[in-house]
Design a protein around this ligand. Structure first.
Ligand code: ADP
Length: 238
């Protein structure tokens, strides 16, 4: 569970203090699939980076599965992030000089896992995501959609309880975007909590809840009742 209380983030520009997150109070239960929407500059990425523990500059309280992130030092936060969080980026962020299998293996290198177990998990994951045939290829040899499938596989190989995605289909064609959203839906159905930033209503339709942001504030927070219906028809992909 995610519990944010009075989270704020600001930057100093000269003598001015500009707030990009304003008094954010947010409760996300395990198993939710949340889409954060809003205009450019609204603070969506700032919120995501805060949740991902990629940014330390915020104030307020952040409880992640009961762990008080706001009381932790950077090193402890990094350890929590490696254990609990998976991250998917708009531009994939794969390492160009590693193969697909090596990219997917990366999050496991932080774990104290026997080599054979690690290899088995990589093999399972390649299989689960339908990319066994691509395992020895490099990212540059894949389409954008395939690269993002690898990005998602890498994000979840260590079974994080929270998957965070910043415009995960922003660089993809609609058919590829549908593939990624279907992957997200099946991960969510298997129990992973998901929070994605997206401009796409059709991406949001795969989720259970939509949060709107503007000028650093959460301006709307609604259940996405009709979501699964329109998502299941597959007719209005991004
Ligand atoms: P969104 O993801 O909704 O487009 P962001 O969270 O990226 O919004 O940015 C919110 C605001 O914070 C923007 O006005 C942006 O210019 C500002 N901002 C983001 N990062 C920095 C930074 N490192 N220094 C100063 N301002 C920043």
């Amino acid at each position: 569970m995610i519990e944010l209380t009075n989270v704020e983030r600001s930057y100093k520009a000269g003598h001015e203090q500009t707030f990009v997150l304003r008094r954010i109070n947010l409760l996300i239960q395990p198993g939710e699939f949340v889409t954060v929407m809003g205009p450019s500059g609204a603070g969506k990425s700032s919120l995501l980076n805060t949740l991902a523990l990629l940014d330390d500059g915020w104030t307020g309280e952040y409880l992640l599965d009961g762990e008080a992130i706001h009381r932790m030092q950077r090193k402890q936060r990094a350890e929590v992030a490696r254990r609990k969080i998976g991250m998917v980026f708009q531009s994939y962020h794969l390492l160009d000089d590693l193969t697909v299998a090596e990219n997917i293996d990366l999050p496991l290198s932080y774990k104290n896992m026997p080599r054979s177990e690690r290899q088995a998990l990589v093999a399972d994951t390649l299989d689960r995501f339908g990319i066994v045939g691509k395992k020895d290829l490099y990212p540059s040899q894949l389409s954008g959609g395939q690269q993002q499938v690898v990005g998602v596989a890498r994000a979840v190989i260590h079974s994080p309880s929270l998957l965070l995605a910043d415009e995960p289909t922003g660089n993809l064609h609609s058919a590829q975007a549908t593939d990624i959203m279907r992957l997200f839906r099946s991960l969510n159905e298997a129990g992973t909590t998901i929070l994605q930033v997206s401009h796409s209503e059709s991406n949001a339709a795969y989720g259970t809840r939509v949060i709107e942001m503007r000028d650093g504030w959460i301006t709307e927070d609604r259940a996405n009742g009709s979501g699964s219906t329109s998502a299941q028809t597959g007719t209005n992909a991004a």
